[in-house]
Write a protein that binds this ligand. Structure first.
Ligand SMILES: [Fe+2]
Length: 345
């Protein structure tokens, strides 16, 4: 994730237990309290749109997800939090397992958001996705024989792959999706193949893999789609020019589909403003909010039909791997062990 400086943090850390019994007063206001692990200016303008439409004020606490979960735990039943927003299925599932969310039934959310992008019992709903795609230098063309994640392990791609460390959640998620599709033994063979085919030892983030391939270090970069989108709309001319040179392959279009990571939110079980929280979550699934939420960070909207940024639209539509989020999360610990055993650092 692109991180901005988190201004709310010092006070947050200083007084995790100092939550007096304010809940009744908070509840009487037309306000929701949002705990967000996303730190994008565009998100804030979206919260403002919600306030304009509903007259419900949005108070935001931004911190990383571990800090937010610790704060929720420390505040307990006195927490002012109504909605928790975070990125990544592993974290959404973990928050669910910790009992942070209250499941909600909502016909609009259930009909608009595909089943693989939300919790089956309504603990959380996914609002944007990032596709884990394969990128290459357009001048050299799509490497022959490359169509699936599984192909990354082929012998002909020796010395070809630029990818970040195995322990990053993006790769743990991807490997878990391969365990779900192909089983643990096949995933281990795959991870050995990938580790063998690396063009360089894993270093840096996804954008560094894109830059490496454009500089001739490897032919295939594994990256989340939004990083390329952010380069394409960057104020730095150099990034724009690099992004224009990149070809994108959405893997596994002939079978299960491309793996996506999810940004989502759920209603906190102790929320003092439950009606407002429901309204907020429903608002996030409207086509206008979906577009605004997704475009701000160059992600894909979760809701089919919501407008996509032209740069992403130009990449074409693609099929997503519909694996159940709980199944995916259940394979993550094993997926990480597999990659590390395979020598993918
Ligand atoms: Fe990221």
């Amino acid at each position: 994730m692109r991180r901005r400086q988190i201004l709310a943090l010092p006070s947050l850390l200083a007084a995790p237990l100092a939550a007096p019994a304010l809940a009744p007063a908070w509840a009487q206001e037309r306000t929701i309290n949002l705990y967000s692990a996303r730190h994008y200016d565009s998100d804030r303008s979206l919260w403002d749109s919600f306030t304009r439409q509903t007259n419900i004020r949005v108070r935001v606490v931004e911190a990383n997800i571990d800090q937010l979960m610790e704060r929720l735990r420390a505040e307990g039943a006195n927490s002012p939090a109504d909605v928790l927003v975070t990125v990544d299925i592993a974290r959404l599932v973990r928050a669910t397992e910790l009992g942070i969310f209250e499941p909600i039934r909502n016909a609009a959310l259930e009909s608009r958001i595909p089943a693989h992008l939300r919790d089956a019992d309504g603990h959380w709903f996914g609002f944007t996705t990032r596709a884990r795609v394969l990128m290459y230098d357009k001048a050299l063309g799509l490497p022959a024989g490359l169509a699936r994640y599984e192909d990354l392990a082929k012998p002909e791609f020796a010395n070809s792959i630029a990818v970040r460390s195995s322990n990053h959640v993006y790769n743990v998620n991807l490997a878990a999706s391969i365990v779900a599709a192909d089983g643990a033994a096949a995933t281990e063979a795959w991870a050995r193949g990938v580790a063998h085919n690396l063009a360089r030892p894993p270093a840096g983030g996804d954008r560094d893999q894109i830059r490496a391939v454009l500089a001739g270090q490897g032919r295939i970069a594994v990256s989340n789609s939004y990083y390329l989108g952010l380069m394409a709309i960057s104020e730095r001319e150099e990034d724009k020019q690099l992004a224009a040179r990149v070809g994108v392959l959405f893997p596994n279009q002939g079978d299960r589909g491309t793996h996506v990571n999810v940004s989502g939110a759920g209603m906190v079980k102790t929320a003092p403003n439950k009606e407002a929280a429901r309204a907020f979550l429903e608002f996030l699934s409207t086509p206008e909010a979906q577009s605004q939420f997704a475009m701000g960070n160059m992600e894909f909207p979760a809701v089919t039909g919501a407008a996509v940024h032209p740069f992403l639209a130009a990449l074409g539509s693609f099929k997503q791997d519909p694996v159940d989020p709980r199944v995916l999360a259940s394979h993550m610990p094993e997926a990480l062990r597999i990659m590390q055993r395979a020598g993918w650092r």
